[in-house]
Design a protein around this ligand. Structure first.
Ligand code: KIV
Ligand code: NA
Length: 265
């Protein structure tokens, strides 16, 4: 199979073919997503929430991200694999950003890294890119800044924040980012950013006019139950399906129905 690359993704934007992206955190799900034809898999620091059970993305470490990313890389034959730089491994220090990125690339085998922020991380983006590592940027509702935002509400609804986002989008492109994620912003702003930038713009709650879409796998598959933002479409209701199957297994064990005479040696 032909591997998706940054060039493939750039060509997709140029011919108007939408880019599909999901998060993944392990080998087994990765194999399924990859065989289904997903273009990009992201080892998101959302692992801090959906894998580790933390309230925010802040606690997850570089080593923990690398373990998950290496598992995803082993399951991915075709898709492009991107690993998030976790909180505290790149902010405010481009040398540290480069070192963290090199560690991810060497120890996990991921194909690119992603970081959150605009002009304040541009020096880091340029430095990482200069070492040969592709960088995806992330603007809008950037969860590593949740304590500054105070809420998970839609960002950039006001003109001032929208203008700042637009300026930051151009800045990360100029710094060398190969793509940009926009999270939870008005569709009209997503449209404007995607039209103005040359690089692919992937949205999560950024409307229909951006160049591609990303969802957290647990949300898309309905494994998370109490998370229902407007932007989320659930393709399965796995929470209920898995709970039902588990209850049936428990009942079968208790009733001495499992194992039966054909299910033993
Ligand atoms: O961590 C994550 O899952 C992400 C995506 C939502 C883009 O950054
Ligand atoms: Na993330």
């Amino acid at each position: 199979v032909k591997r998706v690359t940054t060039h493939t993704l750039q060509k997709m934007k140029e011919r108007g073919e939408k880019i599909s992206m999901l998060t993944a955190y392990d080998f087994s799900f990765t194999k399924i997503f990859d065989e289904a034809g997903i273009d990009i898999l992201l080892i998101g620091d959302s692992a801090s929430n959906v894998i580790a059970g933390h309230e925010t993305t802040l606690p997850i470490t570089l080593e923990q991200m690398i373990f998950l990313a290496s598992s995803v890389v082993r399951g991915a034959q075709r898709c492009f694999v991107i690993c998030d730089l976790p909180f505290g491994t790149y902010q405010g220090n481009s040398k540290e950003a480069l070192n963290s990125s090199i560690k991810i690339m060497k120890e996990s085998g991921a194909h690119a890294v992603k970081l959150e922020g605009g002009t304040e991380v541009c020096e880091s983006i340029a430095r990482i890119v200069s070492s040969g590592i592709p960088v995806m940027a992330h603007l809008g509702l950037t969860p590593q800044s949740i304590y500054q935002f105070g809420t998970y509400n839609v960002r950039a609804k006001e003109d001032a924040e929208a203008e700042l986002l637009l300026k930051n989008a151009h800045a990360v492109q100029e710094a060398g980012a190969f793509a940009l994620v926009l999270e939870k912003i008005p569709a009209a702003l997503g449209k404007r950013v995607a039209e103005e930038l040359k690089i692919p713009v992937i949205g999560i709650g950024a409307g229909m006019h951006v160049d591609g879409q990303v969802l957290v796998m647990h949300d898309m598959l309905g494994i998370t139950k109490d998370f229902s933002p407007r932007f989320l479409r659930r393709y399965l209701e796995l929470y209920d399906a898995i709970k039902g199957a588990t209850a049936q297994y428990i009942a079968d064990v208790k009733a001495k129905d499992f194992p039966n005479d054909k299910e033993q040696y």
